[in-house]
Design a protein around this ligand. Structure first.
Ligand SMILES: Nc1ncnc2c1ncn2[C@@H]1O[C@H](COP(=O)(O)OP(=O)(O)O)[C@@H](O)[C@H]1O
Ligand SMILES: [Mg+2]
Length: 306
């Protein structure tokens, strides 16, 4: 039964629709939640034992749902991850778990994990050495390959750029000293179409097809969504991609090339589900919250008021 003090922290700078959905679903199950900015969390290292203080909480929460990790300087980002690691150290479950968040928030590391587990993902260049990047880039372009530059912490299709020839301007500073380029997957006449597979635990919950106004399909960039049935092999591919990253839930992006082969282009550790919700009668937020509560070993206390 819900009492007045919050027991779940939802980490976000911008609660919006997703925050409200989570709050409602948690309340329906008897849990009060509070939105928390990592910038307002503190280590308290003045007592006998180490503590972490979260705004709005008198004691540690029963669980932490991560809806976003803010950017910032290296020190700030490390600090935010320190808070999440610290909470886990103090036995507070964090969802997705911090180690998996850390690994898959970075597109280059995700590529590494996928490749090293033989999951079909586009060939990529990932380096902080400008000479190496230029050499690999020229080599690929000379072989008539196209490449997609992506900010390693990017989301919603922001900052992705298609590189097709040597004369194109690339703003290296914009990438903060680390470059990540993926080979462009040619979907033939279906260019601008990709697939999103929403995975919770070891189950595919829902799939959608996205069609972009250009080759970029993100809903945030005007992509249109529709429900789609994907074959067993493709679903297994998405499940395997999530398994190797260690995420509890995720949205996997897949592109089908013109020969019909599926490639994993991205594994999202903080996936949005607003677009997907338009394509399914399932209540995604409730399914996610059930998995969250399970991860936190919290009972489903269905609130009598609902
Ligand atoms: N290798 C690729 N080949 C073709 N299109 C791609 C490739 N990678 C990404 N895209 C397109 O760019 C979009 C954004 O890339 P993605 O890696 O998913 O980053 P974001 O985190 O911004 O969603 C994808 O939704 C897809 O439409
Ligand atoms: Mg994506």
């Amino acid at each position: 039964m819900a009492n007045d003090s919050p027991n779940v922290a939802i980490i976000t700078d911008d609660p919006g629709w997703h925050g409200q959905q989570l709050k409602q679903s948690l309340l329906k199950r008897g849990y009060q939640s509070c939105f928390v900015r990592l910038q307002e969390c503190h280590f308290d290292l003045n007592a006998d034992r180490a503590e972490i203080q979260l705004p709005g909480f008198d004691s540690l929460p029963a669980g932490v749902f991560v809806r976003g990790v803010p950017g910032g300087s290296l020190e700030q980002v490390v600090y935010y991850l320190d808070i999440l690691h610290g909470l886990e150290h103090l036995s507070v479950p964090v969802f997705n778990n911090t180690r998996a968040l850390e690994r898959s928030v970075d597109k280059g590391m995700t590529s590494f994990l996928l490749k090293s587990n033989n999951i079909p993902t586009p060939n990529s260049i990932f380096s902080s050495n400008l000479h190496h990047i230029n050499y690999k880039l020229r080599e690929a372009l000379d072989q008539h390959k196209k490449l997609v530059i992506k900010p390693i912490f990017g989301s919603q299709g922001k900052g992705v750029q298609l590189i097709e020839n040597r004369s194109q301007y690339i703003d290296f500073d914009e990438m903060h000293g680390v470059m990540y380029l993926q080979e462009f997957i040619d979907a033939g006449e279906n260019v601008g179409v990709d697939y999103r597979v929403f995975v919770i635990g070891d189950e595919v919950i829902s799939c959608m097809k996205r069609a972009g106004e250009s080759w970029i399909t993100n809903v945030a960039q005007g992509g249109k969504v529709e429900a789609v049935e994907l074959g067993e092999t493709t679903q297994q591919l998405a499940l395997e991609a999530v398994r190797v990253t260690g995420l509890e839930y995720s949205g996997v992006d897949l592109i089908r090339d013109k020969q019909g082969k599926f490639w994993v282009t991205e594994v999202n550790s903080v996936p949005a589900w607003r677009g997907l919700q338009q394509t399914t009668s399932l209540n995604l937020s409730e399914i996610i919250v059930d998995k969250f509560l399970d991860h936190c070993h919290l009972a489903l206390n269905h609130d009598q008021r609902h």
